[in-house]
Every structure is written in C-alpha cells, then in structure tokens.
Design a protein around this ligand. Sequence first.
Ligand code: FAD
Length: 381
Amino acid sequence: MKILVLGAGYTGMTAALGIARRTRRQGVQVTLVNPTGRFTERLRLHQVASGQELADLQIPEMLDGTGIEFVRGWVTGIEARQVRLGDGRELPYDTLVYALGSVADTDTVPGVRDHAYTLNSAQEAARFAVRLTEIDTVVVGGGGLTGVESAAEIAESHPELRVVLLSREVPGAMMGDRARAYLHAALARLGVTVRTGAEVIKVLPGGVELAGGEVVDAGAVLWTSGVRVSPLAAAAGFTVDERGRIVTDETLRSVSHPNVYAVGDAAAIRQAYGVIHGTCQSGIPTAAHVAASIGRQVRGREPKPFRFGYIHQPVSLGRGDAVVQFTRPDDTPRRFFLTGRWAVAYKEFVSSSPWKSFALLKKFGGAVVWPHGGRATRQGG
Ligand SMILES: Cc1cc2nc3c(=O)[nH]c(=O)nc-3n(C[C@H](O)[C@H](O)[C@H](O)COP(=O)(O)OP(=O)(O)OC[C@H]3O[C@@H](n4cnc5c(N)ncnc54)[C@H](O)[C@@H]3O)c2cc1C
C-alpha cells in the first residue's frame, strides 16, 4: 500500500511520522513531498522578518530511521492515483494526505504581489529583514495575530524605525477585554502606531493607499492580511469550499474522494461551532487524527470522527513580552490570560514544541501528548 503525504509543514510532518509509526509492520510505503529539505518554522517567520536567525531544522534528519521516503519537489497536479511534480516525475498513491497549508493572500488587494513583502517563505522574510535596514518607515498591513506579532517584533528589533500597523478590525478583537488592553499597551510601549478602521485598497511602490484616498508612505510594506490556499485541490476535482480548502467528512476524508485525507490550513473541517480556522493548534491534531485513522484502516478497522476544541490564543509581543488568552473550545475567550514573562515562556514552549513533538512521535507513535495546544479526540491504534 502506498501512502503519499503532500507538504512537510507542521501537519504533513505529523501525519507522515504518525502513519509510519502506526503501520511499520504492515508493509506500507509512506512518501513525503516538500519543496525544501529545511523545515519552515512558520510560527517564527516574523522573527526572521525582524532579522533573527532560526535553527536549521532538516526534514531528512528527522525522518532518518522511520522508513519514510522523502521526495524534494513541487506538486503541480493531482490525478486519481498519482501526483505530478514540476520536474515531470510522477508519484503513485493508494491513499493521499493533502497538507499543503496556506500562504498570505497576494491576489485580492492590487499591488500586494508586486510591491509588498510577505511571510510566505523564510527567504522572503529574510529579504524583508535586509530591506528594514535601509528605510525609516514600515507599514504592516493586517491587524490579525500575524500582523500584531510582526509589528511588535520589528519595533523591538528596530527601535529607530517608525512602525505603522494598519487594520480594519481592532487588533486582538477575538480576545477578552483585559488581554486585548494588554496587547495594545504593549504595542504602544514598543512605539507601534496602530490605525484601526484603515482599509488598504492598493499597495504602491512607496506605501499604501487607503479607502478614502489617503496615502501612507513607507519604505516597505509587510502584508499579513488574509490567506489563500493552493489551487491544486480544486483543479484535481476535489470538493472545496469558497476558499479552495478541501471539504472533509467527520473523519477528515474528502467528501468527494474518500482515499484523500485533508489536514491543517488546506482543509475545511466543520465542528459543532463552525469550520476550524488555520492554526497549528488545530492543524496538528487533525494530522495526528489522520495518522491514527490510516493506522486503523490498514488493520481493517473504520476511522473515527474528529473532535477538536481550542485552548488558547498565544501572541508574542517581541522577545520580551507576550499575552496568552485562554479560550473555550469554540475559541471564545475565558477569563484567564497570561502576560509578561510567564506568557513569554508559554509562547516559546508552544513555538518550539512541534519539532520536539516530531521526535517523540517518531519514537512513540500515537502516545504523544501534544504540547502546542488544542484538544482532539484520540484514537487507539
Ligand atoms: C508569522 C506566523 C505566526 C503564526 N503563529 C501561530 C501561532 O502562534 N499558533 C498557531 O497555532 N498558528 C500560528 N500560525 C499559523 C500556522 O503557522 C499555520 O496554521 C500552520 O503552519 C499550518 O500548518 P500546515 O502544515 O497546514 O501548513 P504549512 O506549515 O504552511 O506547511 C505546508 C507545506 O506544504 C508545502 N507546499 C505548499 N505547496 C506545495 C506544493 N505545490 N508542492 C509541494 N509542497 C508544497 C510548503 O512548502 C510547506 O512546507 C502562524 C503563522 C504565521 C505566518
């Protein structure tokens, strides 16, 4: 039996390692495809954007001894039983795990693709970091948690820069009042200018244009607003939602193609409270669940339904501060939140835990407690 996992991000790695561990005596071949051998720590790309260097985490080293075949390549097409790569190679599969994640949306607002930087890769984040040393004002477009973390990180690393965070909504809107107030006070302390209700309608070579015509000048624009997924799933004929994510049944199989599982940012997974949004917190449990399901199927048993509840919204505010809002399973805020050095330690634990979890997963399979957060049902092997 051939199991092909597309994408070696947080969820693809979790799925591949989990499947290999759970099927190691069953004659199953697991293949993992990714464009680079270096693991992209997306959770930390705002650190790269502000000039910090990350550890060199090598996927082939992590896979060593697991029996997983690693294929370096870019997927360009998916057919009924095989996947095509950009260099013309074809990879057959019986079961596909689709884990291609998402990237910042550079298509919706004119000028983003040509004039803005994104956190879509470590290379682009590093180019942006170099640009920061040549300018005096930077605009961060998008006041979601990625925009907030980026603005804070840049302001802390480059106190000489004017950092402007432009946001339609109030940053931290999903948090409780006190955690949100803490977040805003931290941004103010770091000297970030927050403009709420600011809708960017165009990115220009030297700044952005807002609805109403005002132009905000900037030497560089970092775009963090909205995400888009690969068009491959729709092109392959899988049922997708309005954002191009694969619609799954309750066991995380494609509703149109039962031999395809979808996980992480690339999947539209419905729970009682709605469709879960793209985070590691939710994505890693989806991948662990799929690994358990495939392990069950290989033994002739049925996969179980996936159930997930959020536990937190951890937000770094530079290296020296953070705020962690604890949540109910539907991601609405509870009363409890952490700030200051306890929150910094918590956030650092969350960011570093996936790679450590991969090592545990490689060794112990499904018997791993997932420290990055999120609650999922566990399936026995
Ligand atoms: C700056 C930043 C901070 C964040 N902070 C948090 C946080 O604190 N907590 C949290 O829970 N979430 C956070 N997120 C969100 C989190 O990073 C994503 O939800 C997570 O990475 C999704 O995992 P994934 O495996 O689905 O996708 P990814 O990790 O993006 O992995 C997808 C993989 O697929 C590969 N790929 C894509 N297309 C192709 C192709 N055509 N062929 C071959 N390979 C391909 C990519 O190269 C990549 O390796 C943050 C995101 C950013 C950008």
